[in-house]
Write a protein that binds this ligand. Structure first.
Ligand SMILES: [Zn+2]
Length: 278
């Protein structure tokens, strides 16, 4: 079957997403598999869906390019932190590209999962929570009053819930999530992601130093999107840290966009990760 992209939800994808993925069902891989729809090839998601809404009611929108029935899916997230503006610029550039509908890969992109933070140019969401510390894997209460506040409990934020529900339905083979300004790609310590992280670094011109101490590195950044996805899904996740905005000119945007398109093309030839592990 054409797996996760074909759901039979037609034009009411949003309502069905909410109805079919109760929050209690998205905690782990077994639940995610159980939520796989009985798909037929003719019925597929529309090429644009509202993933959900932010705390202040702004829509979080995902768009698809490429083959709707592809067996390989790359998800690109332009922004989690509202004061990191260049990822959404890369997504805007990506959406102008032609991704062949004859290939076996689809690219889904979300410009920002934190539209409230983006509107205020703040890292955190409207409730002062760092969404990238609010995911349930290795979640730890931390940082209240600062830029890395975890929230009062794991998945306390609407944006986190909506993104988890969407990813659990889509089951992408890979996620590239953009941040700033560390000028690197993470996490090379994760064996699933390592070759892709190095490749993205080379293609995008972002340095990926050899890890000194992966055990220590794994303790950093509790409750991240990366940790949650990596723990519950067979695919790989790359956190793409662009440099500071002053260093991101048009040529760089083009290069980052080219990198996404190239990675998607290479995923077509990679062994099927989702199928192999289900
Ligand atoms: Zn960030």
């Amino acid at each position: 079957m054409s797996r996760s992209l074909a759901t039979g939800v037609g034009s009411t994808a949003v309502a069905v997403l909410a109805a079919v993925v109760p929050l209690g069902a998205i905690a782990g891989p077994a639940a995610a598999v159980a939520e796989q729809p009985n798909a037929t090839a003719e019925e597929s998601w529309p090429d644009k869906v509202v993933v959900g809404k932010s705390a202040q009611g702004r829509p979080i929108v995902a768009q698809r390019q490429g083959n709707p029935a592809a067996t390989k899916v790359l998800l690109v997230v332009g922004q989690m932190h509202g004061d990191e503006p260049k990822g959404p610029v890369v997504v805007r550039s990506l959406r102008k590209r032609k991704v062949p509908v004859t290939g076996d890969v689809a690219i889904w992109s979300i410009s920002t999962i934190n539209p409230d933070g983006q509107a205020r140019r703040r890292r955190v969401n409207a409730r002062s929570v760092d969404l990238n510390r609010n995911f349930p894997t290795k979640w730890r209460l931390q940082g209240k009053g600062g830029g890395t506040y975890s929230g009062p409990k794991a998945v306390s934020e609407r944006e986190t819930k909506e993104v988890m529900a969407f990813v659990s339905r889509l089951r992408p083979d890979a996620i590239m999530s953009f941040h700033q300004p560390l000028n690197t790609v993470m996490a090379v310590c994760d064996p699933k992601a390592r070759p892709w992280v190095r490749l993205i670094g080379r293609l995008a011109g972002l340095p990926v130093p050899n890890p000194r101490n992966c055990k220590a590195a794994n303790l950093w950044y509790p409750g991240t999107f990366n940790k949650w996805y990596t723990a519950h899904f067979p695919g790989w996740f790359a956190t793409v840290e662009l440099p500071a905005s002053s260093a991101v000119n048009r040529a760089r945007i083009r290069r980052y966009t080219n990198t996404i398109v190239r990675i998607a093309a290479l995923m077509e030839d990679a062994p099927g990760q989702t199928a192999a592990s289900q």
